[in-house]
Design a binder for this molecule. Structure first.
Ligand code: SF4
Length: 434
């Protein structure tokens, strides 16, 4: 068949959107009346992890609060020593006093079985336990320690995440699988065996947990690696072999743009295929950096893909030689920060505001067109253009701003728009005209 250039041969509209979500069991992670469902077609959940010393209850509670207010729906804390385990109930109480109901996940390695047994109030205050089967000792000890943790999870009715990581893969399992591999007619390369071992470790430990009495709807799995292509392959395989919900994350993603780009590349491919029930972006913070960044990046990935909406999005052009001032860059930045800062209050007061689109454009080439497509947009003057900035509301040109107060006036217009469109007075959420 000869393909006619430019013609849609199938004569059907192009399909847009992600694949249907992979069906999984639903796992409830709860604290008090707050229930966060992972899997079972619930929206993809955003997680984060503190980097404070858990033994410092006040510092940890403050960081958990910050992460929760930024939008983290589960927060994981390190529980690595008796001092840390002892403080977990105090952290929980402090959060409850501050009306922060986000469920806490305890991250255990090596001594989790002992800490959970020795500190029952810690076991109770946590809403979920992360267990790394590769960090539980060797031989019979490994099985006993794992069983002890699962027994505590059953007793307190807590779900667990069986979190396998390639940096701490069960070396006995890996050795066994390498031996088996050597007997293949055509042995796989070591990386392929490692990928297989990650999946086998996660699923076999989940089955063992079920044999020990943990309900199948109390298990989440993860298999984290630090290379994008490995991560995609491992999760595709894991998802095809079981129906437990999965937690996605590129481990040791790195700092700054490298960590963001690598995480986005890996997670977007999987999310597009319907794989992933909860995500965390493991960014290495810059010294003194803001830990909430990992929450914002996770939200932006999900919102950019159209999977969830968290905060109004600002569309801004990149700028070019047609605009020599930084006015539009400053306006785009200040409006994005302003919108994000308002969300803790707006999300309750103005339901639906998180889906609003705002455009801030640098000149007349794409400015009016992009602004018309947004709910509210502004087209700033480029070099040599008349020094005025037309504002578009719901596709219609309304006012034209001029002078030094464009930013303040535009922000006021946005505020009025939000109040009129999403406020209680407009229960139908009807669009407002210009
Ligand atoms: S809208 Fe204007 S300033 Fe912005 S990138 Fe396009 S041409 Fe350049």
């Amino acid at each position: 068949m000869i393909i006619e250039p430019g013609l849609n041969q199938a004569d059907t509209p192009l399909k847009v959107g992600t694949a249907g979500r992979r069906p999984t069991r639903a796992v409830a992670v709860q604290w008090g009346g707050r229930v966060v469902q992972v899997g079972g077609n619930a929206p993809v959940v955003v997680q984060s992890m503190t980097n404070t010393d858990t033994a410092d209850a006040i510092a940890t509670a403050i960081q958990v609060k910050d992460l929760a207010q930024a939008g983290s729906e589960l927060v994981r804390i390190t529980v690595n020593t008796p001092e840390a385990a002892r403080e977990v109930p105090a952290i929980r109480e402090q959060l409850d006093r501050m009306n922060v109901s986000v469920p806490l996940v305890g991250d255990f390695h090596y001594n989790g079985h002992k800490l959970l047994a020795d500190f029952p109030e810690c076991a109770q205050a946590l809403s979920k336990y992360r267990i790394n089967p590769g960090n539980m000792g060797g031989g019979k000890k490994r099985g006993d320690n794992f069983a002890q943790m699962i027994e505590v999870a059953c007793r307190y009715e807590k779900p667990v995440r069986i979190g396998v990581n390639w940096g701490s893969l069960d070396h006995e399992l890996m050795a066994r699988m390498m031996d088996d591999n050597s007997r293949r007619a055509q042995p796989w390369d070591a990386q392929a065996v490692m990928r297989d071992a990650l999946v086998v470790s996660a699923i076999s430990n989940a089955r063992r947990a079920e044999e020990l009495g943990l309900p199948s709807n109390a298990i989440v799995l993860s298999c984290k690696v630090s290379h994008v292509q490995d991560l995609i392959t491992v999760y595709q395989d894991l998802s095809a072999r079981c129906d437990y919900p999965v937690h996605l994350g590129l481990t040791e993603a790195g700092m700054g743009s490298k960590g963001i780009v690598a995480s986005t590349a890996a997670l977007s491919v999987l999310l597009q295929q319907g794989i992933g029930d909860t995500i965390r972006i493991s960014l290495t913070p810059e010294p003194g950096g803001d830990r909430r960044r990992e929450v914002i990046v996770a939200q932006e990935i999900l919102q950019s893909m159209g999977l969830r909406a968290f905060t109004p999005m600002v569309v801004a052009c990149p700028g070019c030689g047609r605009t020599s001032s930084t006015v539009f860059q400053e306006l785009a930045d200040s409006i994005q920060s302003y919108l994000r800062d308002q969300m803790p209050v707006w999300k309750n007061r103005y339901p639906g505001v998180e889906t609003m689109n705002v455009a801030v454009m640098g000149c007349v080439v794409n400015g009016p067109g992009e602004s018309r497509h947004a709910d509210i947009g502004i087209s700033l003057p480029g070099t040599g253009e008349v020094p005025s900035a037309p504002v578009y509301v719901d596709g219609k040109r309304t006012v034209t701003l001029k002078g030094d107060t464009i930013a303040q006036e535009f922000q006021a217009i946005v505020e009025q728009y939000v109040e009129r469109r999403y406020g209680a007075g407009d229960t139908n959420n009807n669009k407002v005209g210009g």
